[in-house]
Design a protein around this ligand. Sequence first.
Ligand code: PNS
Length: 169
Amino acid sequence: MTQDKFATKTAVYPGSFDPITNGHVDIIKRGIRIFDEIIILVAYNSSKSSLFTVEERVAMIREEVKDIEGVRVDSYSGLLVDYLKKEGVNVIMRGMRALSDFEYEFQMTLMNRRQSREVETVFLMSGFKWFYTGSQIIKQVASIGGSVKGLLPDKVHKKLLAKFNNGRK
Ligand code: PNS
């Protein structure tokens, strides 16, 4: 341990957010009850190809969180721990859904810890309603014409349908 207490009560909430879902919004609303400030970070995940550009994702998130005080949105294409260092933040916030998230999250947490001993990751359990949903499965279903209404903010839902050019839903 290099320090006893962190100086700020700010957390970075990183993710692909491709696109932001109601599950993400739920985690942000839970998180801001704990932290004074949350930076939602659209970060680069080399193992995923994205549907929305970084700019589109940032704009959609900004729209959804504009009324939540203490939340801001940013993007970064480098290492997460470098962004934290640059911003002087020590805490990563992540949502945890079902057991299937567990290994992936632990792997990332330990790798981030290996990169920087200054960083701690905290997990918030997502709302029960969002336990088995996520951007990937939502995109998969929407891409072949299935209904994903109610799983995403309305404006994001519309943009998703527009991407797949199936505005009939
Ligand atoms: O929403 P995701 O795709 O599960 O989020 C993963 C993300 C973007 C947080 C992760 O891939 C990440 O931190 N990317 C930034 C680059 C980095 O630092 N990679 C190593 C993480 S151990």
